[in-house]
Ligand binder design. Structure first.
Ligand SMILES: Cc1ncc(C[n+]2csc(CCOP(=O)(O)OP(=O)(O)O)c2C)c(N)n1
Ligand SMILES: [Mg+2]
Length: 296
């Protein structure tokens, strides 16, 4: 991967109220370095509303609107129309929503924005649960994970359903550009943010953003765990431009998923046999991804 120097501009102020080691805080920071100062951000109810809007202050150095949780897609369509009417088509419109606000509550609104071909970038930062309200499971929580609504006690063994394939859903709408990003790989992150900012039309990011209190790991491990998510094949990094998929972090040999699972308290109850099942599933989906990349 080419080494880029991250632009020094900081559009996220220090002193905000994110937890130590917050993956979503890094996601916003890297994103805005890529989209630049002429950006408007729509943030629905999520951890990021708490991080950004301790009234009367704000953690962002640019305009932000606080959106109902289900309406991010609609709000960025409206912002785009309003800015175009004001002849401000150069302004980047960004929706910055959590996984719950995207794959569950805001899915219809996201679908509408993609289908209308809104010229905007929708970013889903995935901390894999409804974290702001107390670690409830979302459609994006991985199978087997402990959350407060998928407990581990008696017969209960964490979440019983697989993670929703949001990239598959988004790609069915044929966006001009969609990519997976990881806060643990900032150079890849920045390149994709800059690329998205250079394009017109509906664009989508799925960003892995580890959460120390929700995933139950020490706050100095965010980057280490983020890297393992990609290097084990659990969260591969790729981009799809006009239908053509390209893996942006090539991996010769996948690291064992055990290395990722064993360092997080939310998976502490998983047996060796259950981890082996995850390993097989990850290997199959990695092989399918490489096959898809090889298609002309
Ligand atoms: C319609 C509606 N239902 C529920 C809520 C309460 N609520 C506020 S933030 C939040 C959690 C959102 O989870 P996610 O989108 O994953 O963002 P995170 O908190 O993890 O950053 C919920 C359920 C709400 N604001 N509006
Ligand atoms: Mg979340």
């Amino acid at each position: 991967m080419a080494k880029l120097t991250l632009p020094p501009v900081e559009l996220v102020r220090s002193g905000h109220s994110a937890c130590p080691g917050c993956g979503p805080a890094l996601a916003m920071r890297y994103l805005l370095k890529g989209t630049g100062e002429r950006t408007v951000v729509s943030v629905p109810a999520s951890c990021w509303t708490i991080i950004a809007t301790g009234y009367p202050t704000t953690a962002l150095r640019l305009p932000m609107i606080d959106t109902p949780i289900e309406a991010t897609g609609a709000s960025i369509s409206g912002l785009r129309a309003a800015l175009d009417a004001l002849h401000m088509s150069d302004v980047q419109v960004v929706g910055f929503a959590g996984d719950g606000g995207t794959v569950d509550i805001g899915l219809q609104s996201l679908s509408g924005m993609l289908e209308r071909r809104t010229d905007a970038l929708y970013v889903m930062y995935d901390n894999e649960a409804y974290m702001n309200t107390g670690i409830q499971r979302s459609g994006s929580t991985p199978e087997g994970a402990w959350t407060t609504t998928t407990p581990v006690e008696g017969m209960a063994r964490g979440k019983g359903e697989p993670k929703k394939d949001i990239m598959g859903i988004v790609l069915a709408h044929h966006p001009v550009y969609a990519a997976t990003l990881n806060v643990a790989y900032p150079e890849d992150f920045l390149r994709k943010a800059q690329k998205a900012a250079s394009l017109k039309g509906p664009r989508f990011f799925h960003v892995l953003a580890p959460c120390p209190p929700g995933w139950k790991f020490a706050s100095d491990q965010t980057v280490q765990i983020g890297r393992l998510a990609t290097d084990t094949g659990i969260f591969p990094l790729y981009e799809v431009e006009n239908g053509k998929l390209r893996v942006t972090r090539k991996l010769g040999q996948l690291k064992p998923v055990r290395d990722y699972i064993k360092v997080q308290g939310r998976f502490g109850h998983l047996t060796d046999a259950e981890i082996d099942t995850v390993e097989h599933e990850v290997q199959a989906s990695w092989a399918a991804l490489l096959q898809r990349e090889a298609r002309p």
